[in-house]
Design a protein around this ligand. Structure first.
Ligand SMILES: [Zn+2]
Ligand SMILES: [Zn+2]
Length: 298
C-alpha cells in the first residue's frame, strides 16, 4: 500500500521520509555497527538485528555456500529474509565483492552495494561504491616462516585471516576463520599445508566486516551515501530514492566535436516512476581534450 509522502511547510517533499520508522538490518558480522548509526543519523530510521538471523545461509565470503544471483539480488534476498522474520516492511542489507579492481589492472579492488527494500512504498533503493584500497590479499605458504611482509601489509592482527589448504584433496578439509593470534595462525598453516595436495596453505584476509576494520569503514561510508539518496525525493512523484542511475558517454572533442568515450551526462532517475534527467558533469567540463578524441588522436 502506497502512503502519501509527508511534506514540510513549503510544500516540498520531506527530506526525512523515513524519520521515526522501524526497519531491519539483515546483516551478520557486526555490520549493523556501521549501518544502524548511519541510518539513524541520516534518515531517522531505527534498525535493530533480530536474534537468530542467519545470512550465511544465503552465501558466504569463504565460498562454502555459493552466492546465488547478482550482488543486488543477493542483497535484496537478505533484506527480505530479515523482513519476513521480523514482519517489518523495511529492510536493509549489504553485499561486498572483492577481487581484481574493476577499472585498474593488476590492483585489488572491492565493490560494496547496499539496498533499502521498502514495501510501504513498493520501492528498492540501491547504492554502491568502489573501494580502491581494500585490505584484501592472499598468500600461498608452506609454513608461517614464509610470510615475510604479508602480515604487516594486511595490518594483522587488526585485520584477521582465514586459512585453508591451497589444493583440496578430498573433503572434509580444515578451514580456519577469524585468526588474529600468531601461534594459532602458525598451527593452522601447518595443518592446512599438510592436507593440501601441493603442500601449501592458502592464507587470505578474512573479509567479514567485523574481521576487517577497513571494510567496516567502507560500509559506514556506503550507508551514509544510501541515506543521502533515500532523503532525496523524485521531483516528479516525490518518492524517496532519487539519484544517479546511469551515465552517458560522448563528451564532444573541443577541436572537431566528435563524441569521445568520456562521460557527457550523468543520468538521474526515480525508483518508482519513469522520470529521467540528464545532468551536466559535476566538474563542469563541456568538451573533451583532443588527446581523448578517437578522431584527432586515433
Ligand atoms: Zn577531435
Ligand atoms: Zn518519480
Amino acid at each position: 500500500m502506497r502512503r502519501p509522502e509527508r511534506r514540510d511547510d513549503r510544500g516540498q517533499p520531506s527530506a526525512r521520509p523515513y524519520a521515526g520508522q522501524c526497519g531491519v538490518p539483515a546483516t551478520m558480522h557486526g555490520k549493523e555497527a556501521a549501518i544502524a548509526p548511519a541510518l539513524l543519523d541520516g534518515l531517522g530510521l531505527v534498525v535493530d538485528v533480530p536474534p537468530g538471523l542467519d545470512t550465511d545461509s544465503l552465501g558466504t565470503f569463504t565460498g562454502e555456500i555459493p552466492r546465488a544471483g547478482s550482488m543486488r539480488e543477493a542483497a535484496i534476498a537478505k533484506a527480505r529474509l530479515g523482513m519476513a522474520m521480523t514482519r517489518r516492511p523495511i529492510g536493509v542489507a549489504s553485499e561486498g565483492s572483492y577481487g581484481p579492481h574493476p577499472r585498474i589492472p593488476f590492483v585489488a579492488g572491492g565493490i560494496e552495494m547496499i539496498v533499502l527494500v521498502d514495501d510501504t512504498r513498493d520501492i528498492i533503493i540501491t547504492e554502491c561504491l568502489v573501494e580502491d584500497e581494500p585490505v584484501y590479499r592472499h598468500a600461498d605458504v608452506t609454513s608461517s616462516s614464509e610470510f615475510g611482509t604479508f602480515l604487516d601489509r594486511i595490518h594483522f592482527p587488526q585485520h584477521a585471516v582465514i586459512v585453508k589448504p591451497n589444493a583440496f584433496k578430498t573433503p572434509p578439509f580444515p578451514i580456519y576463520k577469524g585468526l588474529r593470534c600468531r601461534r594459532a595462525l602458525a598451527a593452522a598453516v601447518t595443518e592446512c599445508a599438510a592436507c593440501s595436495s601441493d603442500g601449501q596453505a592458502f592464507v587470505q584476509t578474512d573479509m567479514r566486516a567485523h574481521m576487517n576494520p577497513t571494510r567496516m569503514a567502507v560500509i559506514d561510508r556506503l550507508a551514509r551515501k544510501l541515506c543521502r539518496r533515500a532523503a532525496t525525493c523524485c521531483p516528479c512523484c516525490s518518492t524517496p530514492g532519487y539519484g544517479q542511475v546511469d551515465i552517458e558517454t560522448g563528451l564532444p572533442c573541443e577541436w572537431c566535436g566528435f563524441p569521445s568515450q568520456l562521460v557527457r551526462h550523468e543520468i538521474f532517475g526515480c525508483v518508482a516512476c519513469d522520470h529521467r534527467e540528464h545532468r551536466p558533469r559535476p566538474d563542469g567540463r563541456s568538451h573533451a581534450d583532443p588527446g581523448d578524441c578517437p578522431h584527432c588522436n586515433p
